[in-house]
Design a protein. Structure first.
Length: 83
């Protein structure tokens, strides 16, 4: 259980520096161009979502493959026979 705490602390400590912005982005957003600010927010969301989406797709494919093999083994059909 302690390793969960250490992982949570490590992630939390890594987020604090990530909350800041680079000087160029901050000055560009502060100029008041709302179109640019919306585009910047959309780009950040896109960069955040894509790795999780990719990991989720890979996890679902692996889960379905393992589940299928397990179901075939329970039914008495060797998985190698279907390939």
């Amino acid at each position: 259980m302690r390793w969960w705490l250490s992982i949570g602390f490590g992630i939390g400590a890594g987020i604090v520096p990530a909350l800041g912005q680079c000087a160029l982005c901050r000055s560009a957003v502060e100029t008041g161009d709302s179109v640019f600010a919306a585009a910047l927010r959309s780009g950040i969301l896109l960069l955040l979502v894509m790795p999780y989406l990719l990991a989720g797709v890979i996890a679902v494919v692996l889960w379905r493959t393992r589940r299928r093999r397990r179901m075939l083994t329970v039914a008495g059909i060797p998985p190698e026979r279907l390939q």
